[in-house]
Ligand binder design. Structure first.
Ligand code: ADP
Ligand code: MG
Length: 347
């Protein structure tokens, strides 16, 4: 009799526990911001926590979008107008932090990541909500802008002001803002107690924790075909960013013109199809993916070293896959007959 009562009690307790503590599940939400679809995945017992997390991400990304929009009227376009008039502009602490980090990354990349070439990006037609259709700009116009050599080295930044010694500097953070926003979103999620999540903006993402018993698994898009070329499992807290020639482009007279501009030539960088990097910080990964895309097969190892990036995959126009040993050690190549070259071996 006593034993039966105990068993019953135990069963009730178990049932109660099961009710109040359902197993954690992956909750997914999709947002449209920063010109791209953003998927937020959160592993949690509670649907409400996932909803709160999605709201945090939405707020952070929207904030960066409004602050740093390169062509719609924004605080950035106001700064740009004044820099063109050689004026010193008052800025707040968060603006200072953002530009400072971009300037540091630009220096580390030998100015291949160059957020001061807004005029060139605009000249190519990429400062538009629509995808441009061409034709490419006149050679003389491109040459004139390249000659003016705007760069982040022209910028003098203090915690309260920004000025430029070169009036050709026009800031465009299209290659960095997304990463910066994702970092901020993840920091806020952690503060809110979220331990397992992914913020994925069109394949550029930062993941924390895991999917429960298994790690988060990410596909990396094939640069010329539908489907994935590789996949990877994230570890702990890391960001994975890819820059590709398929993201924003137009074809004109049988040639592709995409939105990653080589500041040295003024033309879309040639030779690379895509670059994927892994780094703790999403902002660094974003800037580095762009810089290494431009650096190409000749220079990527040097620039990666300078930027502190150990894990890189670069796919060149022949579909040869270049990888650092650190990347090769963990990536799963998902295509047959891949031509892989493992190079580097730094640090
Ligand atoms: P995506 O946003 O597709 O992942 P990127 O991170 O490489 O691609 O960013 C490309 C954007 O960065 C362009 O649309 C433009 O606004 C800007 N940009 C283009 N060339 C450069 C460059 N050399 N340095 C910094 N920003 C660039
Ligand atoms: Mg980038």
């Amino acid at each position: 009799m006593r034993l039966r009562r105990l068993t019953l009690l135990l069963l009730t307790t178990l049932a109660l526990t099961a009710c109040s503590e359902p197993l954690p599940q992956v909750h997914k939400a999709r947002l449209f911001t920063l010109g791209t679809l953003v998927d937020v995945s959160v592993l949690d017992r509670d649907e409400a926590t996932a909803q709160k997390a999605t709201n945090i991400v939405e707020t952070e990304l929207a904030l960066i979008n409004t602050q740093w929009h390169a062509w719609r009227d924004s605080p950035l376009t106001k700064i740009n107008q004044q820099l063109a008039q050689r004026k010193k502009v008052a800025i707040d602490t968060s603006t200072y932090r953002f530009i400072k980090q971009a300037q540091t990354l630009a220096t580390m990349s030998n100015q291949l990541f160059n957020p001061a070439i807004g005029s060139l990006v605009g000249l190519w037609g990429f400062h538009s909500d629509d995808t441009p259709v061409g034709p490419p700009p006149a050679e003389a116009a491109i040459e004139a802008l390249v000659k003016e050599a705007p760069s982040m080295a022209n910028i003098t930044l203090t915690p309260t002001t920004i000025s430029s010694s070169n009036p050709a500097v026009q800031l465009d953070f299209g290659a960095f803002g997304k990463g910066y926003a994702i970092d901020r979103a993840i920091e806020k999620l952690k503060l809110a107690g979220v331990e397992n999540a992914i913020v994925n903006a069109g394949g550029d993402l930062r993941a924390i924790g895991s999917k429960g018993e298994h790690p988060w698994r990410i596909g990396i898009r094939h640069p010329t075909e539908a489907g994935v070329i590789a996949s990877i499992e994230t570890r702990g807290d890391e960001s994975l960013f890819t820059s590709g020639n398929y993201e924003r482009f137009f074809d004109f007279d049988g040639k592709r013109y995409h939105h990653i501009i080589d500041p040295r030539s003024g033309y879309p960088a040639t030779g690379t199809l895509s670059v994927t990097v892994i780094h703790h910080s999403a902002a660094t990964a974003d800037a580095a993916a762009t810089a290494l895309f431009i650096a190409g097969t000749q220079q990527w190892q040097q620039i990666a070293r300078q930027m502190g990036i150990d894990e890189v995959m670069l796919i060149d126009r022949d579909l040869t896959i270049y990888m650092t040993p650190q990347m090769a050690a963990r990536i799963h190549i998902e295509i047959d007959d891949a031509n892989i070259r493992i190079v580097g071996g730094q640090t």
